[in-house]
Design a protein around this ligand. Structure first.
Ligand code: SF4
Ligand code: SF4
Length: 337
């Protein structure tokens, strides 16, 4: 017997969680964009899309956020630290590739310094993922040793029922079990079969790609220019990516008062590495593209033993010039044979 959550009980679940003091967040469609947003009732949820257009990372690492306010007077400098708003919350309906992306970034944000902006939010959030039963040609979790029902990064995994009327519930962590205690009366014990998970074909050999990237002879290969010639450096692929994590810190204000903010940045932007002297060590788009691929599939796994990619496919799905990392890795796979 398995715990089952029927779809017609979902509205009550949202109410129970809210009464228990949890903010409820899930995929919500607004102005043709689906993103993880606060939910008032189950009717707000958009659970039929393969995955939300925007990734889950912005709930943990917002596009911009204040770190400190400051004011400078003749005889005093005042600073006030801005910590992220705290409060327990539950994200219902994450996709496994988004949840995995958070787990991939945990070691990065806890490596030489524990980033409390990230971990305060991580520790306050229950992630309820739904296994995928649909995929498109851009999905590639299986090429990254993940799967449409991966449990990595999730507190609870729901498997859609074959009948389409609900989900099998798999509680994975104490945090998940605790959140589901609040809705225990709304769950049913049953033996209904789960629908088959989505079929996602392997598109490249990630290990072979990493090996090719580690070979110093390939750093200056003509391949980089040829594969990236159409990239316009818009940065969409990095902003939409659940694992891209680069940020810049800027002071906004005047001489006497202002806010120090943490803002997303992108290795695709020419200014990302521009020196004050005007010299830019990554002066071409191909050098910037090489850096993105090297970082995700060579440097990051070298340090944290995992590729910095969960295979969500957003970078390819939403690239304005039909680029993204899939084609690059497929070509590298061929070169490494
Ligand atoms: S690969 Fe595509 S999405 Fe990424 S920076 Fe280049 S043009 Fe923009
Ligand atoms: S690199 Fe592309 S496929 Fe991989 S996690 Fe980022 S957006 Fe998704």
């Amino acid at each position: 017997m398995t715990k089952i959550l029927y779809t017609d009980k979902l509205d009550n679940c949202v109410e129970r969680w809210r009464s228990a003091g949890l903010s409820v967040i899930g995929p919500v469609r607004n102005a043709n964009i689906t993103a993880y947003r606060p939910v008032g009732s189950a009717a707000d949820l958009e659970l039929s899309q393969i995955l939300p257009d925007r990734s889950i990372k912005e709930l943990f690492f917002p596009q911009t956020e204040p770190m400190m306010r400051y004011s400078i007077k003749k005889d005093a400098i005042n600073t006030e630290e801005c910590l992220p708003p705290v409060g327990p919350r539950i994200i219902f309906g994450a996709r496994p590739c988004d949840a995995s992306g958070l787990a991939i970034d945990d070691p990065l944000f806890g490596w030489d310094y524990k980033d409390e902006y990230w971990f305060n939010r991580r520790n306050e959030t229950v992630i309820v993922s739904i296994a995928c039963t649909k995929s498109d040609e851009f999905c590639m979790c299986t090429s990254l040793k993940l799967s449409p029902d991966s449990t990595k990064g999730s507190d609870v995994l729901l498997r859609p029922l074959e009948s389409g009327k609900g989900w099998q519930v798999e509680e994975l962590t104490d945090r998940g079990r605790e959140a589901f205690k609040a809705i225990a009366e709304l769950l049913t014990e049953g033996a209904e079969a789960a629908a088959p998970t989505a079929v996602v074909a392997e598109k490249f050999d990630a290990d072979a790609c990493s090996e090719w990237l580690r070979n110093p002879e390939n750093f200056e290969s003509r391949f980089w220019k040829e594969i990236s010639v159409r990239c316009i450096g818009c940065g969409s692929c990095t902003y939409l990516c659940p694992t891209c994590h680069c940020f810049d810190i800027q002071d906004e204000g005047d001489t006497f008062t202002g806010i120090r903010r943490k803002n997303w940045d992108s290795c695709s932007f020419a200014l990302f590495t521009m020196h004050t002297s005007g010299h830019n060590p990554r002066s071409t788009q191909s050098a910037r593209w090489r850096q993105r691929i090297m970082h995700k599939f060579n440097y990051f796994p070298g340090k944290f033993s995992a590729n910095s990619c969960s295979g969500c496919g957003r970078c390819t799905r939403q690239c304005p010039v039909d680029m993204g990392i899939t084609e690059t890795l497929q070509e590298i796979s061929k070169l490494s044979q």
